[in-house]
Design a protein around this ligand. Structure first.
Ligand code: HAM
Length: 432
């Protein structure tokens, strides 16, 4: 029968044989979030469209071209989240979490949706891990956040990501910068793409971020924001660099980083790889001191980052960094005959109740095929039970790697005997 449909362009399935790779990364991220003092927030996949229009910004590519927006049957305009920051801010604001003491530190895993042209490292449904800190304007918070991101890459053994930082100032210095950009781009206005022509008046900084070749070519020689920072932003940026220096973090100042979302102020940063092609930014973030107010709250200086899970996996592959495989089945209990099948069922249940990974035949295979299957799934030990074994209440436990066999009782202390043997020979990865 032909499949009635296949996965949509720009989406990926994670199959059972690969999911351990995701789980391993997620486990490390959860662990690093914990040690840096973050607690997880979970928010809906879809939100009121206005949230992203206001939060992410009307003049961004994301809002202008990439959102999955639709009207519900009730006539509301809703949007599948293109990123995690706006939803997290909305939730914390809505529930008054900020009133319980600052800073608030939230972590998240989210699926995101952007109608982009798919290519390696660029999907329409992708996944982010993110950290957000609310309620601090101190430069040390920026440095701490960057260190938290770096700690994940360190734990994964990735050493070729370069950290690029910049400051894009506050609304005050931005006004002067916008004027300079307008003047520069006005001279090229005929060459700009239609979207950027519109941006020229409303938000010329977004032209710096345009994916069109012509616009990005023109943008190369545009004025840079660092030359327009006000004293306070300059001081803040100096502070961030000093903290990074004292933490021994290597970075380059890249005055061309503006990020693709409108909410950023002051520090912005990206971790960029030279090994995964054109979609080279694995992680991006920065400060967004105006977002909470934009969403209707009191001013609350905040900052965060998100890293792309798919891009991180691509990077690990390109570096040949292997993710440890999860432990395979500890014991496969093969059975011959009806009584033995019932015994296998109860032995395996006892093992599982003791948190051991055990399996037996649930599809009706013959003994030979059961053993073949035990091999295929990488069972570490096997046990064959027939009428004799049941009668004598003991069986031979076989170490599938060495072939060594020891007799084991099938009675009450079966689980404790097996556990002792198993733990004695166990080699394990740090996570699984
Ligand atoms: P962003 O730079 O748009 O920032 O996305 C963050 C990361 O998500 C990127 O560095 C990339 O790894 C991944 N990513 C983005 N788009 C795609 C895509 N189409 N396919 C695959 N991966 C993608 C944000 O989303 C901000 N919310 C980050 C942030 C959090 N800023 C402050 N807090």
């Amino acid at each position: 029968m032909a499949l009635i449909t296949k996965k949509l362009r720009g989406t990926e399935d994670v199959l059972p044989a690969e999911s351990y790779r995701w789980q391993f990364l997620e486990e490390i991220m959860r662990e690093q979030a914990r040690v840096y003092g973050f607690a997880e927030i979970r928010t809906p996949v879809f939100e009121n469209t206005q949230l992203f229009q206001r939060g992410v910004g009307e003049t961004t590519d994301v809002v202008q071209k990439e959102m999955y927006t639709f009207d519900t049957k009730g006539g509301e305009s809703v949007t599948l989240r293109p990123e995690g920051t706006a939803g997290a801010a909305r939730a914390l604001l809505e529930h008054g979490v900020y009133n319980d003491g600052l800073p608030v530190k939230a972590s998240y895993f989210v699926s995101c949706y952007r109608y982009e042209k798919p290519q390696a490292g660029r999907l329409r449904e992708f996944h982010q891990f993110g950290l957000e800190v609310y309620g601090t304007s101190k430069p040390v918070a920026d440095a701490e956040l960057i260190c938290a991101a770096a700690s994940i890459f360190d734990r994964l053994g990735i050493d070729d990501l370069s950290l690029e930082i910049n400051s894009i100032g506050c609304p005050e210095c931005r006004a002067k910068y916008h004027a300079a950009l307008k003047e520069y781009f006005a001279e090229h206005s005929n060459e700009l793409c239609d979207t950027c022509k519109g941006r020229l008046e409303r938000n010329p900084m977004r032209i710096l971020d345009c994916k069109s070749k012509i616009c990005s070519g023109i943008a190369k020689d545009a004025p840079v924001i660092l030359d327009y920072l006000c004293d306070e932003c300059e001081e803040h940026f100096k502070g961030v660099k000093a903290c990074l220096d004292s933490a021994g973090m290597k970075y380059t100042v890249n005055p061309r980083i503006v990020r693709g979302l409108d909410y950023y102020t002051k520090t912005v940063f990206e971790f960029v790889s030279g090994s995964i092609g054109s979609q080279s930014t694995v992680c991006g973030g920065g400060r967004y001191d105006g977002l909470i107010e934009e969403l209707g709250g009191q001013p609350l200086p905040s900052l965060g980052f998100a890293l792309g899970m798919e891009r991180l996996l691509l990077l690990l592959d390109s570096k040949g960094i292997e993710i440890p495989k999860p432990e395979t089945c500890a014991l496969y209990v093969a059975a011959l005959g009806e009584n033995a099948e019932a015994k296998a069922f109860s032995l395996v249940k006892d093992l599982r109740d003791a948190s051991l990974h055990a399996q037996y035949d649930i599809v009706g295979r013959g003994l030979k095929a059961q053993m073949k299957y035990a091999n295929k799934i990488g069972a570490q030990y096997s046990l064959v039970i027939g009428d004799n074994e049941i009668e004598e209440n003991k069986a031979n436990l076989k170490n599938m790697t060495t072939g060594e066999q020891v007799e084991i009782s099938l009675g009450e202390n079966f689980v404790s005997q097996f556990t002792a043997i198993y733990l004695d020979n166990k080699t394990s990865s740090p996570i699984f």
